[in-house]
Design a protein around this ligand. Structure first.
Ligand SMILES: Nc1nc2c(ncn2[C@@H]2O[C@H](COP(=O)(O)OP(=O)(O)OP(=O)(O)O)[C@@H](O)[C@H]2O)c(=O)[nH]1
Ligand SMILES: [Mg+2]
Length: 388
């Protein structure tokens, strides 16, 4: 008796030219490797293995396209062929390929990282096909691997803007680059990350990601800033943007001064992932065109110089564990353009310094490795050298 399985290998579409309004930065997919083919006990024939499911990086494909094209979000590879008199060794089932954009981290449902797709053509095996039936298995095939996976988009930008809502992050991005994010006087205007590019006179470009505003408690998923904090993980540097006059989310929530917003933002990053704070950070104090800005700035500078003392009145759970250090503190006005050219040059300088440090450390690491290789005695593999 032989079993037959439907051949369901599905190959996900090629690039589509549709433009999408909504932004999707993660999706969950069901993937299943194909079942193996039946063996043929009478002649000792071996069934083909089931096809595997792969995720492959391809430029121009978005997660939104995958979601729209495959609303059931299921990807199943084909079954292996049964062994038959005509073909004792059954052929392997066709693989299923899920084409996805680059900059994706693929994880299992419980958060284990399967791998990353950073360059076009990178491939990850996400569900293995089952073995074909053989003597070893009593000629019965095994089922393919089944699991839920997540594709998470990690934007790649040099600098990530982090700030409370309404601080002027999007205004700043507009003033620094040609990006045109939505700007409005109400909080949570930015609902999805947007990348702008600062172009320098020598045509070098630095990319800056505008992210939705964070609020207190973002690390426990309050607001939606948390959802986007993962994008800061990939940026080389962080740019804190604060409103010189502080922030108040609603009439029922406390008014936070600029200094307090700096501490609160730092705390949120620390609670999300402490390593984020090891990235070089620039503090941008925005809205310097407001009438009381000069006084507030002076106050903020004093508080930053004496962070421990100035933050004493705040409850411990909103204070970061260690004081914040910024490579530069730059007062600007996204509205009038004040301070923006200085900010632009600081951004570049800071990134270049970071590059030099990284290249130096990579070089010394390579040198150390080379030295270790050279100093390791090249013994013959069959034993100690014979000393005459
Ligand atoms: N006076 C003044 N107003 C500014 C400045 N920069 C931004 N604003 C105003 O502040 C408000 C918020 O600006 P956005 O750029 O949308 O702020 P955001 O930080 O992106 O806000 P979310 O996206 O909600 O997190 C808008 O009304 C801007 O016009 C500035 O330098 N000076
Ligand atoms: Mg915004």
């Amino acid at each position: 008796m032989s079993r037959t399985f439907p051949k369901t290998a599905r190959v996900v579409f090629e690039r589509e030219s549709t433009r999408y309004g909504n932004f999707v930065d993660n999706i969950r997919l069901y993937v299943r490797g194909g079942c193996g083919g039946m063996g043929l006990p009478r002649l000792g024939g071996q069934g083909g293995n089931g096809g595997d499911v792969w995720v492959m990086a391809k430029n121009g494909v978005t997660l939104k396209q995958i979601k729209d094209k495959h609303p059931d979000k299921r990807f199943t590879a084909a079954v292996g062929s049964n062994s038959s008199i005509h073909a004792l060794r059954g052929s392997k089932g066709e693989d299923a390929q899920i084409f996805s954009q680059t900059g994706i981290c693929v994880t299992t449902d419980d958060g284990r990282i399967i791998g990353e797709l950073n360059n076009e053509g990178d491939k990850l095996l996400v569900a293995r096909g089952g073995h074909g039936g053989s003597l070893h298995s009593g000629f019965l095939p095994s089922k393919g691997q089944t699991r839920q996976i997540r594709l998470d988009l990690k934007l790649i930008a040099d600098v990530g803007l982090v700030g409370f809502p309404n601080a002027g992050k999007s205004s700043l991005l507009t003033a620094l680059s040609h990006a045109k994010p939505k700007i409005a006087s109400y909080p949570f205007t930015t609902l999805r990350p947007e990348i702008g590019k600062i172009t320098y006179d020598d045509h070098r470009q630095v990319s800056v990601a505008d992210l939705p505003g964070l609020i207190e408690g973002a690390h426990v998923n309050k607001g939606m800033g948390h959802k986007f904090l993962k994008h800061v993980e990939r940026t080389k540097q962080i740019m804190f943007v604060v409103d010189v006059c502080g922030f108040q989310l609603a009439s029922t929530t406390p008014v936070r001064s600029a200094f307090e917003t700096v501490l609160l933002l730092t705390k949120e990053l620390e609670l999300y992932k402490e390593e984020l704070l090891s990235k070089p950070s620039i503090l941008v104090i925005n809205k310097m065109d407001l009438p009381e800005a000069e006084d507030k700035l002076r106050e903020l500078q004093e508080q930053l110089e004496n962070q421990e003392e100035s933050g004493r009145h705040l409850p411990d759970d909103v204070k970061p564990r260690s004081p914040v250090h910024f490579t530069n503190i730059v007062p600007v006005s996204a509205s009038t353009g004040f301070g923006l050219s200085v900010l632009k040059s600081f951004i570049r300088q800071s990134l270049e310094e970071q590059d030099v440090i990284q290249t130096e450390s990579q070089r010394s690491e390579r040198l150390l490795k080379l030295r270790r290789q050279i100093s390791a005695p090249s013994l013959p593999s069959w034993g100690n050298p014979h000393v005459v």
